[in-house]
Design a protein around this ligand. Structure first.
Ligand SMILES: [Zn+2]
Length: 101
């Protein structure tokens, strides 16, 4: 039971970020500003725009590290957010907390 609850926490965290109204997120790897990537169907993707996350003009391990950094920084957001989803997440989180105590 413990494991599945932990996973649910991760899912809640991810959905919370995704459905919160769009703002400029910071890279979770290095804290750098993010660049808006592909947008479509109401979804926006963000990627770290620091040099450390750019595989261009890099080789070998540096290129691998940069590629890893780039994908690790990815955030997906729903363009206009959805307060109903946030509300459900709040309720769900409360339920989990009460169940765990
Ligand atoms: Zn970064």
């Amino acid at each position: 039971m413990g494991d599945s609850e932990e996973n649910l926490d991760d899912v809640i965290e991810r959905l919370r970020k995704r459905y919160a109204p769009v703002k400029d997120p910071k890279c979770r790897v290095c804290g750098h500003e993010m660049r808006m990537g592909m947008a479509g169907q109401g979804r926006v993707e963000w990627f770290c725009e620091s040099d450390g996350a750019s595989p261009l003009r890099k080789e070998g391990q540096a290129r691998k590290d940069a590629t890893k950094h780039y994908w690790a920084s990815q955030e997906i957001q729903v363009q206009f957010g959805d307060e109903d989803v946030i509300r459900v997440l709040d309720e769900l989180e409360l339920k989990i907390i009460w169940k765990g105590s």
